[in-house]
Design a protein around this ligand. Sequence first.
Ligand SMILES: [Zn+2]
Length: 187
Amino acid sequence: MPSAFSHAFAAVALGKTYTGERMSWRFWVLAAGSAAMPDFDVISFRFGIPYESMLGHRGLTHSLLFAVFWALLAMFWEFKYIAPFSKRWWGLLAFFFMATASHGVLDAFTDGGEGVGFFVPFNATRYFFPWTPIEVSPIGVGGFFSHRGWVVMKSEFLYVWLPFAGLWLAAWIWRRMVWARLKPQQN
Ligand SMILES: [Zn+2]
């Protein structure tokens, strides 16, 4: 995994791209949490489940199906006041799917461990992208405060924080400078 903070930051930047509206703090916590949560599967090591198993680390909770399931759960649990299948409902569903799926996508850019089981439970194959610039983060907190931790932080800054901050900035500029002018003035 890139560290939980990097996953959370990516989701917040996606949220800022998705909407210029003021959203509740619960929205942001849920967005950040959705992106960090798939790594709870490291608990599988405790139960002796092998890494490459569908239920192992980077398996089921990193799959696209899980992201759909989690996004639906978010809609019916946190946003139940929004009319199901309305335009706003679909928009939020798509956002929470993206926030959750962004986790596996970022993991597939890392240079270590097993790949990501995007198609679990239908297919157990683990995938990496052809380009894997992100240094894989040590599992557990201990390894983080080491030389290796520093190397990981640098690569996450370069390949996660920087591009997602760029996305956030681009969305901000678009809304402030371009969209605001294109929109017909209402008098
Ligand atoms: Zn992960």
